[in-house]
Design a binder for this molecule. Structure first.
Ligand SMILES: Cc1cc2nc3c(=O)[nH]c(=O)nc-3n(C[C@H](O)[C@H](O)[C@H](O)COP(=O)(O)OP(=O)(O)OC[C@H]3O[C@@H](n4cnc5c(N)ncnc54)[C@H](O)[C@@H]3O)c2cc1C
Length: 591
């Protein structure tokens, strides 16, 4: 079954709900008219189906191969060709700075493209995905010389990028990094150490690989405040000589098997400092925040593909009769889509996917406003929302993306468990998205431990102002009172954490994951209210795609009745505190 990009829904959310047509009024985005953006979406929809999707299964079956003699990695059949087409079509520089050869298009468009890429071939999409993060880190923190050396090739896609943080003894806690960088007389550095699980660390898709590596300078503090960032290319740009950074092996993984996950040895490799000494974490955060949003789109992309397959299957699979009497009296049985329990699964997938898409595009749109709005206060407001909601997008879209893929598999019954259908791969591929780029638990800790208190609570207040101003200005908005209830629950939960967290940080940490979920469900409720309100208005005016608009009303009702009530339970979870979670000790765990 072929994936079809959800172009109508994307257009509805971007142009009708978020008023993305305004993007063309921002400086630098004059070209980004709705017509241009629609044409780009349609082009990627075609590219995803015709070029990326055909190599997805083979990528999973073959995986990457490592040759210990040459220490090189070969990607699955067809990957190199598809990647070259991706690059030649200009996709790698879509939203990259024009100064270095990018097209400078809005970030929200990149979100849309990412969803389609991830629906069709997540593993292949990871190579340009990591490169994009490297571009942002170098653009924001690299010296002019580094930018001129690396950015044009990374943006064109001739070279790819990686992000080298993790080491055997250090995953979440980067303060434990052991990789060292010794200064050389010519201003460069010599790096020694081992990094593990590096995505795209070695492959045969591009001419060069630029590793962005966290390492410690001599005498640096033994915490995250002593970490610096270095650009370490596989081939040295000046003379093309092979640098002393080699792949020592590949991981054998549950999913994303077409994406190379490498052990990388730095054996006195030559690198250059990016940003200031000991300030590597801020440069790396530019890359990680970017990557976190991209990983959120991975969750959504997989969930959308799973949804499309399970809907098609449910229409075709004949089993049993409807509880309301035969719906297909001439056939041996009814299609399973008539079963309320199957509908429960399909509706949950559909409504969450569309809500998650709205959340992602909302954040992508704010990202554009934060960079390009003419008014500084508006830029700040948008940036507050991006910062606050980045961990929410990463964690909620990957948790629910995975859950939706799993639900899709359930819709297919035994067929879903077999390799005849794509669901089992989607579930396996989706599992990692909840782990890398900081586990979802760490995203929740970031939200509660850093973002809530940041700038004296300005970020969270910006969100509350947005939600409350919406309700005040739109008293007749769809399901306004349910939305008001969930905003009130988010308020109460925030106050509880602010009251209890400073005195007992374990309380805030215990509340973190349910709090992130509560925020996600509430912001998505706000977006469902906007979607349902706009859909009703357009239906009334006889504009737009009638089937889509009418389905929005039903979906919004489903969201409010079946999904949003979870917020009340989450509030109870949060305010019941840590005691039952933290009380067991010693041998009580065995009981
Ligand atoms: C396929 C794949 C690709 C990857 N790609 C890259 C890459 O390109 N570059 C790179 O640098 N790394 C990469 N990683 C590593 C990935 O980012 C880490 O696996 C991830 O950050 C978690 O670290 P860890 O596995 O060491 O888990 P640990 O840090 O050991 O954590 C184990 C568990 O403890 C929890 N935990 C730990 N500390 C805390 C805390 N303070 N509060 C609450 N919970 C906590 C975690 O949430 C997790 O559930 C990749 C990993 C995989 C599997």
């Amino acid at each position: 079954m072929h994936y079809q990009a959800p172009i109508n829904d994307l257009k509805f959310i971007l142009f009708d709900v978020l008023e993305g047509g305004l993007l063309q009024t921002l400086e630098g985005y004059e070209e980004a008219t709705p017509d241009v953006m629609t044409a780009i979406m349609e082009e990627m929809a075609k590219f995803a189906t015709e070029v990326l999707q055909p190599t997805n299964r083979i990528g999973d079956e073959q995986g990457c191969a490592y040759d210990p003699e040459s220490r090189q990695v070969t990607t699955p059949d067809g990957f190199r060709d598809a990647y070259q087409k991706f690059v030649k079509s200009g996709w790698s520089g879509l939203d990259a700075p024009t100064l270095f050869g990018g097209q400078g298009l809005p970030r929200v468009l990149k979100f849309i493209v990412d969803e389609m890429v991830c629906s069709s071939n997540l593993s292949l999409g990871m190579y340009p995905g990591l490169t994009h993060g490297a571009i942002s880190a170098l653009f924001s923190h690299g010296s002019e010389a580094l930018q001129e050396t690396f950015l044009p090739k990374l943006i064109s896609g001739e070279w790819t990028g990686t992000m080298c943080l993790t080491e055997p003894q250090c995953g979440t806690d980067l303060g434990l990094i052991r990789t060292r960088a010794e200064p050389e007389a010519d201003g460069s550095y010599s790096l020694r150490g081992t990094k593990i699980w590096i995505t795209g660390g070695e492959h045969d898709l591009a001419d060069n690989i630029v590793h962005l590596v966290l390492a410690k300078l001599p005498g640096a503090p033994d915490t995250t405040k002593g970490i610096s960032l270095f650009a370490v290319p596989k081939y040295l740009p000046v003379d093309g000589k092979r640098n002393a950074v080699y792949c020592g092996g590949l991981e054998h993984k549950m999913g994303i098997r077409g994406s190379s996950t490498c052990l990388m040895n730095f054996e006195g490799a030559c690198g250059w400092l990016v940003g200031e000494p000991n300030d590597g974490m801020s440069a790396m955060f530019t890359m990680m925040n970017e990557a976190r949003l991209m990983v959120g789109m991975q969750g959504l992309g997989l969930a959308e593909k799973a949804y499309q397959v399970s809907v098609a299957f449910a229409h075709e699979r004949l089993q049993s009769r409807s509880p309301a009497g035969p719906k297909n009296p001439d056939g041996p049985a009814d299609p399973i889509i008539v079963q309320p329990d199957v509908r429960r699964m399909l509706m949950r997938q559909k409504v969450l996917n569309e809500g998650m898409r709205a959340l992602a595009l909302f954040v992508g749109f704010q990202l554009d406003l934060s960079h390009s709005h003419a008014d500084a206060a508006e830029r700040q407001r948008a940036d507050d929302l991006v910062q606050l909601l980045t961990p929410v997008v990463k964690a909620f879209l990957t948790d629910e993306g995975f859950n939706n893929a799993n639900l899709g598999l359930q819709v297919l019954g035994g067929s879903g468990f077999t390799t005849d259908w794509p669901l089992e791969q989607l579930v396996r591929d989706g599992r990692i998205t909840r782990i890398y780029e900081g586990t979802n638990g760490i995203q929740a800790m970031d939200l509660v431990g850093r973002k809530l208190g940041q700038a004296n609570g300005r970020l969270i207040n910006t969100l509350f102002n947005l939600l409350e101003e919406y309700l005040a200005a739109n008293p007749d908005a769809a399901f306004a009172s349910s939305l008001a209830d969930s905003i009130a629950a988010l308020h109460q939960a925030t106050q509880w954490i602010v009251a209890n967290g400073p005195e007992d940080p374990e309380q805030a940490a215990a509340a973190a994951s349910p709090y992130l979920r509560l925020m996600a469900l509430t912001v998505i409720a706000y977006l469902w209210s906007r979607m349902a309100t706009v859909a009703a208005r357009k239906c009334h005016a006889g504009e737009g795609d009638n089937a889509l608009l009418q389905s929005k009303a039903v979906s919004a009702k489903y969201y409010v009745e079946k999904l949003l009530p979870e917020t009340a339970w989450l509030l109870t979870d949060i305010t019941s505190g840590k005691d039952s979670m933290m009380a067991l000790s010693g041998d009580q765990w065995a009981a």
